[in-house]
Design a protein around this ligand. Sequence first.
Ligand code: PGA
Length: 252
Amino acid sequence: MITVSVHPTAEEACATAASEVIKGLRIRPELVLGLATGGTMRAFHAALARLHRSEGVSFARAMIFNLDDHVGVPADHPQSFRRFMRETLFDLVDVDPARCFMPDGMAQNLDAAAAAYDRQISAAGGIDLQILGIGRNAHIAYNEPGSAHDSRTQVVALAAQTIKLAARAFAPAAPPRRGLTMGIGTILEARRIILIAGGADKKQAVARALAPPPRTACPASALQRHKDVLFCLDSAASFGADRLGFGARMPM
Ligand code: PGA
């Protein structure tokens, strides 16, 4: 079931998601947390770091699995996801770097790295709480339209729209064309999922994600198959879910 909560601003949507993570850490300091990258996550990570300080809740015993990586972008590249995580979150909280994982888009053998990543997640006991953004084309992680809903961590070709959106950040170099991403099946195994979206340019993707039935043309619609998903939206991204009132529950 997908529950939708609509907030006046993206910052408030992020703060709600962050407080759910903090609650999870309070109940289970060894929380296995799935995290994401992207513009939306900047405000979410800032909210997490703020709550970490104000509530005194520690990440030291948590494990963190990131959703995806670009293929062929080294860790020290200004656009690397490793660097993004360090700068927006890991340097601001007390995570144990030895307990933070990301698929390795620089691996010699990408297929082996993908399979190893799924094994690492299983060995950790599975993901307790997975945070997701959503692409304008309704991708989740780098699972682009057409991805099977039972896919595992794998190498994927990025959609033309995804490449185009990344192009400015990578210019004058060419943007990456492939990603190493948790599969949709891997994501659906998380015990709880929170998707965060803000801004009018996400409205259509959110509406498509919530419209039944689940279909491969819309990767985020796979979330309808999961028993515990929360969409934290701002009103601009909410396609009218706000008409149902804040905290509206929409059984899917
Ligand atoms: P964004 O990316 O937060 O930069 O919009 C989200 C996504 O593509 O999953």
